[in-house]
Design a protein around this ligand. Structure first.
Ligand code: NOJ
Length: 753
């Protein structure tokens, strides 16, 4: 009892302290805003880009002069203490009110030490690990002068044609929400004003992952019920975790682009979810509303401000028209005041008013960037992200005693290992698979052939190289192929290392066909003809179609673009010094015609029934995917005992205990991700055939068994009904537990009033 009171008193003290801090902040900002002209207030809403790369057509100009005039709230793409100091100096020494700048950057999967691409990281199903990677990213970014990252990207994605699936956590709202929260916590810690925490920005709000046909920047149209139940949860989880900012998406929602969508930015985000940070647009998203057909510059500026946008990324529509929009009465002064206040609040919370140079510390940069512990985490994350898709007859792990030929353009590759959106990452610091093998076993231990150029298609290569692809063509395809076949013939086993280039996934990297490129596929066919066992190691940023590979390869390891330590991680996994444990967070289709494909689909009125024509199916491909959500093998095997429920029904606050025994039945120690799904059998709206509601990672020694327990309460059974009320409906439920979304044990229970 005394303990309970202690908790209550501690919470009350914390609430009071927060309230005091808030009132101090409010007073400070109010008095600052009293001194600000309308021009200066609008200036705070301006976010130009300087340095690095651009992802859109407009480059910011005359930025230093604008900073001097108080017409810039923050800049992005500028980093390193020296570069940041130069601009911060101008802001706090040369502008009238000396308001410090925000410094933002796309720190997506690591800053200098690069971790696996986000899709890969999500395959670890390990939010605590992902939080640690975000913490390290924040530590490095803040040591590099930054205080704001445009991450986490939490767009639910069901269409692997969309290149940006690589930047998110896959298709599932529950897993996506857990990861969204972990990343916000990792970046922001529990005190934004610390010099090693940075502000998160949840993006792309909202529904960007549902771009039609998987084509980037394309239209989105979706029912509210689908939005609320399937697409919005991760954004909400990030907001609930305290994310300081939100970025609008490029797409439209209900026919209104996100940056003009008042329902989205004000009614949903602020009023329903209680978000109190600031909203920044994506790159020139306000300007792009002209092309969307929403009006001229002034009109789109008016729409964005009135919808609840606070900051304009690069477009300078607010800067050029904001003052006049207020003076002419098209935008209430209160709207600009509110936006300006929110940006100043963010600066205050980051501690920038107390010390504008808080994040600028050359010494810390030297001490904290790419240190041994950070590289070790990068390797750990890479190992835990890779997914073993096939392993016939225990083809893996390899024995170093065998004669092994490593073949493929990615064996020695460094350039692509760090994947897309690794702006400050230096690919030359990444360790290739080949170097890792040399470090592990010494030089000249294995055979090698390049086999093919990474990309032979000239148009594709040209376009990739325009954006820093550096894809080389060494020799003619015939020479490379012949050499590879000869090399394979000398070996006992072939490891083919193939996939995409980093630039083939990420922004503006949609593909209509998602198999291996023809030249790579030709290489695999030629290798297959040698009759040697083939292990396929894949580096790529999206689910690929791998039907032929699945039939013809002995083993397939999905390695993604796994970052700075990708090579050592692959080497450890291939030779059994580590055991694969990754599980897919996104379904791998058999072919593109199945897309969009996802496990938590609806049953339909005519569920597929073998032999019955008029049921939902294709004439030419099964409904099932090649590799389902949650799937991934280990060098060992796990068996699942029957499900035990402690009750057959629950009501009110009662909890249902779900337990079962998992046994490591193979020859290696290993880690299994035990997944729990439910199905609500009858509802006032149709419910998915399965929904993930929990998972646990269990490490078991060979031969070891463990009881795994899950607790389900009524909250886990809730969903948004047709009136968008969050409620559970009494009736029959199924619960499933297994090692992926398809192979599960099941039981039933009831929810009663
Ligand atoms: C455009 C991208 O959509 C977004 O994800 C990114 O944060 C911004 N550019 C800034 O680079």
């Amino acid at each position: 009892m005394a303990k309970k009171w202690l908790v209550v008193i501690t919470i009350m003290i914390a609430v009071q302290a927060n309230a005091q801090q808030d009132s101090k902040m409010n007073q400070f900002i109010s008095s600052l805003m009293q001194k600000m002209t309308l021009e200066e207030k609008v200036g705070q809403l301006n976010l130009p880009s300087i340095g690095f790369d651009v992802t859109g057509p407009i480059l910011s100009e005359g930025v230093e002069d604008k900073i001097k005039k108080g017409l810039v709230g923050g800049v992005f793409n500028t980093y390193t203490p020296a570069a940041v100091r130069k601009l911060q100096d101008i802001a706090v020494k040369e502008s009238r009110l000396k308001i410090p700048l925000l410094f933002g950057f796309d720190v997506i999967h690591g800053h200098r030490t690069i971790f696996p691409i986000s899709l890969g990281l999500s395959a670890s199903w390990d939010p605590a690990l992902i939080e640690r990677t975000a913490r390290v990213a924040a530590d490095e970014a803040s040591a590099d002068g930054l205080n704001w990252t445009f991450s986490p990207m939490v767009d639910i994605a069901r269409d692997p044609r969309w290149g940006r699936v690589s930047e998110g956590s896959g298709e599932d709202p529950y897993l996506g929400s857990r990861i969204a929260k972990a990343m916000v916590q990792g970046y922001q810690g529990n005190d934004l004003s610390k010099d090693n925490t940075i502000m998160a920005c949840v993006k792309h709000f909202a529904l960007y992952g549902a771009s039609e046909a998987g084509r980037d920047y394309n239209t989105v149209d979706m029912s509210r019920v689908r939005m609320y139940n399937e697409y919005l949860p991760p954004y909400k989880a990030a907001v609930n975790a305290g994310a300081g900012s939100v970025m609008t998406s490029f797409n439209e929602i209900d026919g209104v682009p996100a940056s003009a969508n008042k329902w989205l930015l004000t009614d949903l985000l602020r009023k329903q979810w209680g978000f109190n940070g600031f909203v920044v647009t994506d790159y020139t998203a306000i300007t792009e509303m002209i092309a969307h057909g929403m009006g001229d510059e002034k009109k789109v500026g008016e729409l964005a401000l009135n919808a609840g946008v606070d900051m304009d990324m690069v477009g300078e529509i607010f800067l050029n028209h904001g003052v006049e929009l207020v003076r002419s009465g098209r935008v209430p002064m209160a709207q600009v005041d509110a936006a300006c206040r929110r940006i100043l609040e963010a600066k205050y919370k980051l501690g920038l008013f107390a010390d504008p140079y808080r994040y600028i510390n050359e010494e810390r940069g030297k001490e904290r960037i790419m240190t041994a512990d950070k590289l070790a985490l990068s390797k750990e994350a890479a190992i835990k992200s890779m997914v073993l898709l096939k392993n016939a007859n225990q083809a893996l792990p390899l024995s170093a005693g065998k004669k092994i030929a490593f073949i493929g353009p990615l064996v020695k590759d460094q350039r692509n290992l760090i994947g897309s959106w690794s702006g400050a990452g230096e690919w030359k610091k990444a360790t290739s698979l080949w170097s890792a093998l040399e470090q592990k076993f010494g030089a000249n231990k294995f055979l090698y052939a390049k086999g093919c150029n990474l990309v032979d298609d000239e148009a594709l290569r040209k376009s990739l190289n325009e954006h820093d692809g550096q894809i080389a063509t060494d020799a003619t395809p015939e020479q490379l192929l012949n050499e590879a076949v000869q090399t394979a013939q000398q070996a006992d086993v072939v490891v083919a290392v193939l996939g995409e280039t980093a630039g083939m996934s990420g922004e503006a990297a949609s593909r209509s066909m998602i198999g291996l490129l023809n030249n790579q596929s030709d290489l695999l066919h030629a290798l297959k003809k040698t009759g040697k066992p083939i292990i396929l190691v894949l580096m790529n940023g999206r689910p690929l179609t791998l039907e032929w590979e699945d039939k013809n390869m002995d083993a397939i390891l999905e390695a993604w673009f796994s970052g700075t330590q990708a090579g050592p991680a692959m080497a450890d996994l291939l030779f059994g010094d580590a055991n694969p444990s990754g599980k897919l967070s996104m379904t791998f289709p058999r072919n593109v015609g199945q897309v969009p494909i996802y496990y938590n689909a609806k049953n339909t009125g005519r569920p597929f029934t073998e032999g019955q024509k008029y049921t939902t199916q294709y004439l030419d491909v099964p409904n099932s995917p090649l590799y389902p959500f949650g799937y991934g093998l280990s060098y060992t095997t796990f068996s699942y005992g029957d499900l035990k429920l402690n009750k057959t029904s629950i009501s009110g606050n009662e909890k249902l205990q779900v337990s079962l025994t998992v046994t490591n039945t193979g020859n290696y120690d290993g880690t299994e991700t035990v997944q729990l799904y439910i199905r609500d059998l009858v509802g006032t709206i149709t419910r998915p055939v399965k929904e993930l509601k929990g998972f646990q990672k269990v490490s078991l020694k060979k031969g070891e068994s463990r009881e795994v327990n899950f607790t389900l309460g009524v909250d886990d059974l809730k969903f948004y009904n047709g009136n968008l009320q969050w409620a559970a409906e009494p009736g029959e439920f199924k619960v499933f537990v297994g090692g992926n979304s398809q192979e599960v044990k099941e039981a039933g229970f009831r929810l009663v009033r």
